[in-house]
Ligand binder design. Structure first.
Ligand SMILES: *Cc1c(COP(=O)(O)O)cnc(C)c1O
Length: 406
């Protein structure tokens, strides 16, 4: 891949004076004249453009060229696996200091000391969000500042410095725009964005690592359910727990996830899609699925377990609560019992990857309860459509949840 060089500070193009502020990257791409003309300068006082967005988040003297060749991918066959893209974002800082600026580097393996805090003691967090390509060519993010705030909350729990909301946003925007050619066409899926924060410095005795790395990579993903929504079958787990009071269940720390694989694997081996966890104290109240929140519908009422430290505060959860209220449902965040679950009209899960995932059946202590006679419940369908239309820019963004990148 060719790199570009920073040229001069100002230029006049088509009668407009262009300048390199801390933002404007002046790019030279010998292989592509069109790209060179497009990407060379940031107009003075330009509205947010690629160049200024990318440049605000990276070192001023970084060199970067955005490949313009279209990607040869079968957009209709996208699943939820990793597809290598062009760039990832990396920013480092020492313990006790703050993040300043990072850079976009070619996507690839990272080098890390065997005694890094993240490898030895699990000092790490992740986030997940999506960028959608709109019909008019714009690129949309859904509530990215919520992911930034959740990473800050998690970093406090895990004794790590975190990027500020603004740094997180700039890094995400820069990474998406630098990989723009990997965003699926409208309706074919989205660009999944995976920010990581980890203790990358060496530490042998148990203590916070001396150095931290914030990294953002992306991968195009398909729509989770290709043939429309497809109901999942859950089994209630009565032995193992995902989280305990005072633990880390309420933050997106990497250590929470390997711990659910065993119960999930056992459930899958018996033909279930996933596991629904109960609270570890009473073994009576619903918590959530391995990586999704849960909702229970009865008549015009929708209930979801309240957030009390053992449940991950999902951004889809929070958004669905507002969308459901807007659609006229009465929504409660409260303790929800297994009895209420088994007595529900409809049950669904929420999360960034699935958006809304209808539950076809629940099995509890060997007893199976199925919801609806045929396929997907009306409420799940209605909420899925309400939220995805917003995320894809097809509905009026009354709540101000959408961030446009161009
Ligand atoms: C990420 C996650 C969710 C869903 O959160 P969203 O912000 O909606 O993607 C739910 N539960 C767990 C355990 C998670 O890690």
């Amino acid at each position: 891949m060719e790199t570009a060089a920073v040229l001069s500070n100002t230029a006049t193009v088509a009668g407009r004076r262009l300048v390199r502020d801390t933002g404007g990257l002046l790019l030279r791409h010998p292989a592509n004249k069109k790209l060179r003309n497009q990407l060379r300068f940031t107009p003075v006082n330009a509205p947010t453009t690629y160049r200024s967005v990318i440049a605000r988040a990276v070192e001023v003297d970084s060199s970067l060229s955005v490949p313009s060749e279209t990607v040869d991918l079968n957009w209709d066959n996208l699943g939820f696996g990793l597809v290598h893209t062009d760039y990832m974002y990396v920013m480092k800082c020492s313990l006790g200091e703050s993040f300043t600026k990072g850079e976009l580097v070619p996507f690839g393996n990272i080098e890390i000391n065997p005694s890094a805090g993240v490898l030895n003691y699990g000092q790490g967090l992740f986030e997940g969000l999506k960028a959608y390509r709109k019909e008019d060519g714009n690129v949309l993010l859904f509530r990215p500042e919520e992911n930034a705030k959740r990473m800050i909350a998690g970093s406090e729990r895990m004794c790590m410095p975190s990027p500020s909301v603004d740094q997180f946003m700039q890094a995400v925007k820069a990474t998406v725009l630098a990989n723009e050619r990997w965003i699926p066409p409208p309706g074919k899926g989205s660009l999944y964005i995976r920010p990581l924060l980890m203790g990358s410095g060496s530490v042998l005795g148990l203590a916070p690592a001396p150095e931290y790395t914030f990294l953002v990579y992306v991968s195009p993903v398909g729509n989770y359910f290709k043939e429309g929504l497809s109901p999942i079958n859950l089994v209630v787990e009565t032995e193992m727990h995902r989280a305990t009071p005072g633990g880390t269940g309420g933050v997106k720390t990497i250590g929470n996830y390997a711990a659910v694989l065993k119960a999930q694997g056992a459930a899958k081996a018996k033909g279930y899609s996933d596991v629904l966890y109960l609270d570890s104290t009473h073994k009576k109240y619903l918590e959530e699925v391995s990586s999704c929140n849960i909702f229970v519908v009865k008549g015009n009422t929708i209930s979801t377990p309240d957030i009390k430290g053992t449940i991950l505060p999902g951004i889809t959860r929070k958004s669905i609560i507002d969308v459901a209220r807007d659609q006229g449902f009465e929504v409660f965040e409260k303790p929800v019992t297994v009895d209420e679950l088994l007595d529900a009209d409809e049950v669904f899960c929420t999360g960034t990857a699935v958006v809304v995932s209808p539950v076809g059946s629940i099995t509890y202590l060997g007893k199976r309860v199925a919801y609806g006679s045929s396929g997907v419940g009306l409420v799940s369908q209605q909420l899925y459509s309400g939220l995805t239309r917003l995320q894809m820019g097809l509905a009026d963004d009354k709540m101000g949840w959408i961030v446009e990148l161009k």
